[in-house]
Design a protein around this ligand. Sequence first.
Ligand code: NDP
Length: 245
Amino acid sequence: MSGNKSTGRVAVITGASSGIGAATARALAADGYLVALLARRLDRIEAIASEIGNGSIAIQADVTDRDQLVAAARRVQDELGGADVLVNNAGVMLLGPFSAARSEDYRRMVEANLLGAITTTEVFLDQLTGGDGGDLINISSVAGRSARAGNGVYAATKWGINGWSESLRQELLPGVRVTLIEPGVVDTELPSHITDTATREAVQKSYDVAAVKPEEVAEIIAFVLSRPRHLAINEVLIRPADQLG
Ligand code: NDP
């Protein structure tokens, strides 16, 4: 609970039902933000919103559905007065050897991770630029800076986020600060959705060995947002200290 620390600022977080998004919702609420939690699993975001209080709201929205995002933006405007911060966090990591058998995985990753972030941003852009200083946080990955066998399309979505983010940073300054967050292994449910069984088991094992906590990533996001408006932290790469690549 954030108690009486309210900043009056409004943060919209996609993929807020678990992992980094849920932890970020809690961290920003504790810093006094009014938080709008977006995700498809309404029961989860409703539970988190009621736990963190401070006027937080839960809005069911699939980032691959523009109409749902437009409706979400309308609710954020009407109920919270508009977004000052947008955290583009929703994503899936459906790793595995490149194969026609996984064409559906590729479509889902591009639609959620890349197009989802782009669509959410264009839908909320007027709100971010319309206040007294906005912040756009894009959750990329170490996979946005490197690539390895088996992560090609996931890496493509994150490399895409990086290029798009840098372009937006230049277009939106100085009113909106744009920050790219690039986590390494973070202990969340992300690997559990991998459809290729052998890959899922191998990735899960590596996650069990070394991972930072989602709360540790959320703390860094909260720190980035807490800097005075003349200072922008545009890129943060975060790995477990013993992660090699
Ligand atoms: P989780 O699986 O815990 O969280 C992913 C979130 O994305 C969930 O809240 C899920 O909510 C949401 N989501 C997925 N698809 C959609 C969709 N179509 N529309 C709306 N929401 C969606 O994993 P993480 O917390 O780890 O992942 C968060 C971000 O961090 C992702 O972008 C991921 O790529 C990135 N990342 C994670 C790393 C890690 O090691 N964990 C490392 C580097 C980057 P719901 O299913 O309810 O819709």
